[in-house]
Ligand binder design. Structure first.
Ligand SMILES: [Ca+2]
Ligand SMILES: [Ca+2]
Length: 305
């Protein structure tokens, strides 16, 4: 059994989509038959997405990511055309048909993930070395920039895998009543009086859900323009705008967000801006980015071939 995941906020190159799906313990979607292809097309809600297919090896010799050959295909009219001899990666256009495209173009993606895989692949768990009441445990996690681990169906096994013996550890649970708090142990989750003094599990979460307020804005010269970018994570990510690899000097930063400010726009301000969300979990730096292409009004629309 597979479930399908579509991050509508994240448009990346095909190799990035392949890596991202692997981080989620899955694979870039391989719609090998018609009913699955139709289901994936519905899930995209009209986004163009990468699928796990290409003629990466020999020209015109298409294969799926898992190495299998095509037994069914759903090419758009006049495709694949290997335009300019540079199209070796396959994407699904909004009508569900396929087009070969340049591997470096940016599209959405759908991952296929085994049902049993943990849901939150970006969480890192830290077990406390001391005991505390439930409310103290929450504070202790927050002091280190983390949060008390949130137990849910998808990651309960993952948390249980790091706890020791029969000891009980505080975790957060949204369904918690007033009188009882939740704990996890090798035996599973249970309730406990909130004033017990127990060990606890803190959770660090890599940057995710990076949101850029304006995807590819058209901006008039001499105008004033601002783009907000925000990112989720624990600790709250440092969010920074870059242009051509350099930090943009004019941005207003806050916890988990940054606003790019363009004053008196000139041609030099046009280009591909990157918003990076970065945090450090257990001494390791994690980063995720999104693009926003700021362009002038006279440029031609880019045609997909
Ligand atoms: Ca090709
Ligand atoms: Ca093409």
């Amino acid at each position: 059994m597979l479930r399908y995941y579509n991050d509508h906020d994240d448009w990346i190159v095909q190799s990035g989509a392949i890596a991202r799906c692997m981080q989620l313990n899955g694979e870039l979607v391989m719609p090998k038959y018609q009913s699955l292809n139709a289901a994936v097309a519905t899930l995209t809600r009209g986004d163009s997405i990468w699928i796990g297919m290409g003629d990466w090896g020999a020209e015109d010799s298409y294969e799926w990511l898992d190495g299998s050959r095509l037994e069914w295909a759903d090419w758009d009219s006049k495709q694949p055309d290997d335009a300019r001899g540079q199209e070796d990666c396959v994407m699904m256009v909004d009508n569900g048909y396929w087009n070969d495209d340049t591997c470096g173009d940016h599209f959405g993606y759908v991952c296929q993930i085994p049902i049993a895989a943990p849901v939150r692949a970006f969480s890192h768990y830290v077990v406390s070395s001391e005991v505390a009441t439930y409310s103290q445990a929450r504070q202790m996690c927050e002091q280190t920039g983390y949060r008390l681990a949130r137990s849910s169906f998808g990651n309960a096994d993952e948390i249980r895998g790091i706890v020791v013996g029969t000891q009980r550890y505080w975790v957060e649970d949204e369904d918690r009543g007033d009188d009882f708090c939740y704990t996890v142990s090798v035996d599973g989750t249970a309730t406990e009086k909130c004033d017990q003094r127990l060990s606890y599990v803190c959770e660090g979460v890599e940057p995710h859900d990076i949101h850029v307020a304006a995807d590819d804005p058209v901006v008039e010269e001499a105008s004033h323009f601002e783009i907000d970018c925000s990112a989720s994570g624990s600790p709250a990510p440092d969010v920074t705008w870059f242009l051509k690899g350099a930090e943009v000097p004019n941005q207003i930063k806050a916890s988990g967000q940054s606003t790019l400010v363009l004053n008196g726009v000139t041609k030099a301000d046009y280009g591909v801006y990157e918003c990076h969300g970065t945090n450090v979990v257990e001494g390791v730096t994690y980063s995720k980015k999104r693009y926003s292409v700021v362009q002038g009004p006279s440029e031609d629309e880019e045609n997909r071939e």
